[in-house]
Ligand binder design. Structure first.
Ligand SMILES: NC(=O)c1ccc[n+]([C@@H]2O[C@H](COP(=O)([O-])OP(=O)(O)OC[C@H]3O[C@@H](n4cnc5c(N)ncnc54)[C@H](OP(=O)(O)O)[C@@H]3O)[C@@H](O)[C@H]2O)c1
Length: 212
C-alpha cells in the first residue's frame, strides 16, 4: 500500500513507519518540520505539512491508499488541537477521495467497567486528564464520519519504547489490562497493532483498545 503517515517524526510515528516499511508498504511521512531523521529506507519519503490545514492534508493524501495518524499535540500546545487535526484530516481525506483512516487515539475513553471510562476513574493522573478528554472530543468528531472507513486504535494506559514482541490483545471499546490490572503496551507492539489494523480492517468504525 501507499500510506500517508501523519506524525511520522513522533515517538509512535517513527516506529510505525519502520513497521510499515518492514512489511513492504511505501510510506510518505508527514511532520511540520518535514524531517524524520530516525527513518532511513528507500520506500520512505519525509515531507512537510500541517495536519490542522485541510488543504495540506488533501494535497498530501492524494494518490495514497490510506492515511495513518500518529499525530499528537507537541510540548505546551493546547490538547484541543487534536479536534482541529481530526476535522482537517477528515476534510482532507474526503477532498482527496481517500477513504481509509487509521487513527492513534487515547486510552482515556476506553471503558474499565460498564459506563465508566478510564479517564473518569479516581486514579487517573491529573496531568493527563486534559489530553485524554481532548482525545475523546476528537473521537466524537470521527465517529460521525460514516463515509470513511476509519479505525480509532488506542494504546494501553501506559505506552513506552520497549520490545517488539509481536504479542498483543485487543478489545472493542474496553481497556486491555493483564491479570494484575496493569495496562501496558510497548510502542513497537502498538505499531504492529496499527499496521495489522491497516491491513486486516478488523475494527472499522470501532474504538479499539490494545495491550498485553
Ligand atoms: N496511553 C495513551 O492513551 C497514550 C499515550 C501516549 C500517546 N498517546 C497518543 O498517541 C499519539 C502520538 O503520541 P506520541 O507520543 O508518538 O507523540 P509525539 O512524539 O509528540 O509525536 C507527535 C507527532 O505529530 C506531529 N505533529 C504535531 N502537530 C502537527 C501538525 N499540526 N501537523 C503535522 N504534524 C504534526 C509531530 O511532528 P512535528 O512537531 O514536527 O510537526 C510528531 O511527528 C498522541 O495523539 C497521543 O495522545 C496516547
Amino acid at each position: 500500500m501507499d500510506v500517508l503517515l501523519l506524525g511520522a517524526s513522533g515517538r509512535i510515528g517513527r516506529r510505525t513507519a519502520d513497521e510499515l516499511l518492514e512489511r513492504g508498504h511505501a510510506v510518505t511521512g508527514v511532520s511540520r518540520s518535514g524531517t524524520v531523521e530516525e527513518v532511513d529506507h528507500p520506500a520512505f519519503a519525509a515531507v512537510a505539512g500541517d495536519a490542522t490545514d485541510a488543504d495540506d492534508v488533501a494535497k498530501l493524501a492524494a494518490g495514497h491508499d490510506a492515511v495513518v495518524s500518529t499525530l499528537g499535540p507537541s510540548g505546551e500546545e493546547d490538547p484541543a488541537v487534536l479536534t482541529e487535526m481530526m476535522e482537517a484530516v477528515i476534510d482532507g481525506l474526503r477532498r482527496a477521495s481517500v477513504d481509509r483512516l487509521v487513527w492513534t487515539g487515547g486510552a482515556g475513553g476506553l471503558e474499565v467497567a460498564p459506563d465508566t471510562k478510564l479517564v473518569e476513574t479516581d486514579d487517573f493522573p491529573e496531568e493527563w486528564e486534559s489530553l485524554a478528554r481532548a482525545a475523546i472530543d476528537a473521537y466524537d468528531v470521527l465517529r460521525e464520519a460514516d463515509d470513511l472507513d476509519w479505525s480509532y486504535v488506542a494504546p494501553a494506559a501506559v505506552i513506552e519504547p520497549g520490545e517488539r514482541t509481536g504479542e498483543y490483545r485487543t478489545a472493542e471499546g474496553e481497556l486491555v489490562a493483564d491479570e494484575d490490572g496493569d495496562s501496558y503496551i510497548s510502542m513497537e507492539d502498538f505499531a504492529i497493532a496499527l499496521a495489522d489494523e491497516l491491513e486486516e480492517e478488523n475494527a472499522v468504525h470501532t474504538y479499539l483498545g490494545t495491550g498485553y
